[in-house]
Design a protein around this ligand. Structure first.
Ligand SMILES: C[S@@+](CC[C@H](N)C(=O)[O-])C[C@H]1O[C@@H](n2cnc3c(N)ncnc32)[C@H](O)[C@@H]1O
Length: 243
């Protein structure tokens, strides 16, 4: 039994649960002589799991293999969506526009936050991968059931149309020409625009931005991951509504 094979068995346990644990246990016993250090290190955990299996108890083993084989896991692998109506809140009028984002993982993460913070709509503009992209679909984990998500090629048309409906348009960007989020409250009818992970908000949107807003940072890096930035801004938006 190689460690790679044992890792395969561990992945089966994660997928199928206790029913696959016996096969893993069998594999684990087989590494007693070939991998004595690892056997000793995890022996206690495996014995406990054999007596009383739990996923949480199995995690140290999984994480060990993931580190060993440099496998990364994504947030979407853990997300559980509650679909009961009782926890679905009332929507406000805030809108999120994601222009030319590249990473489906970032988009999924932002969609999840937008739904959680009660935003009414997310518009994916330019080349931002939409729900027709399986990766976006996967990382959004079903939040589209409770959130309007649409794709539009032209950010100009989208922002123009929100402007006509009385929305203020905010470019959330790293440069400090705008207002610091710390001393700023969004109005109720607001569109928050976020830009590409590398290049920021692109020029075609500039004409439609009423105000620029930045999050002041103290570290050496000049910017945040866009999904972290969006989460901070969404929370700030909602807190502002309550004041
Ligand atoms: C990683 S940033 C792109 C930064 C870009 N390379 C630049 O010129 O600084 C991607 C997006 O995240 C958002 N963002 C990240 N950090 C921010 C900050 N401190 N303030 C405002 N927006 C930020 C913006 O929407 C930006 O378009």
């Amino acid at each position: 039994m190689t460690l790679e094979k044992l890792y395969e068995l561990a992945k089966r346990v994660e997928k199928e649960g206790e029913t696959s644990f016996l096969a893993f246990l069998d594999g684990f016993l087989q590494i007693k002589t070939s991998e004595p250090d690892i056997y000793q290190r995890f022996r206690g955990i495996v014995e406990e799991l054999a007596a009383d299996f739990s996923f949480e108890g199995f995690y140290p083993l999984l994480v060990f293999f993931e580190n060993k084989f440099l496998k990364s896991v994504k947030d979407e692998d853990f997300l559980q969506i509650e679909t009961t109506d009782s926890n679905v809140g009332v929507k406000h009028q805030g809108v999120i526009v994601l222009h030319n984002l590249r990473s489906a993982f970032n988009i999924g993460s932002i969609l999840r936050s937008a739904e959680a913070f009660g935003f009414s709509e997310v518009v994916l503009t330019g080349y931002t991968p939409g729900l027709d992209n399986p990766k976006t679909k996967k990382s959004s984990m079903g939040v589209e059931e409770n959130l309007n998500i649409r794709s539009e090629l032209s950010i100009e048309k989208v922002l123009e149309s929100y402007g006509e409906k009385g929305y203020d348009i905010f470019g959330i960007e790293t440069h400090k020409e705008g207002k610091s989020l710390e001393s700023f409250t969004f109005p109720e009818k607001a569109v928050l625009v976020f830009g590409n992970e590398r290049f920021g908000i692109s020029k075609e949107a500039f004409l439609y931005i009423d105000e620029w807003v930045y999050i002041p940072l103290m570290g050496a890096k000049k910017s945040l991951n866009v999904s972290i930035c969006a989460g901070i801004c969404m929370n700030h938006f909602v807190v502002g509504l309550k004041q």
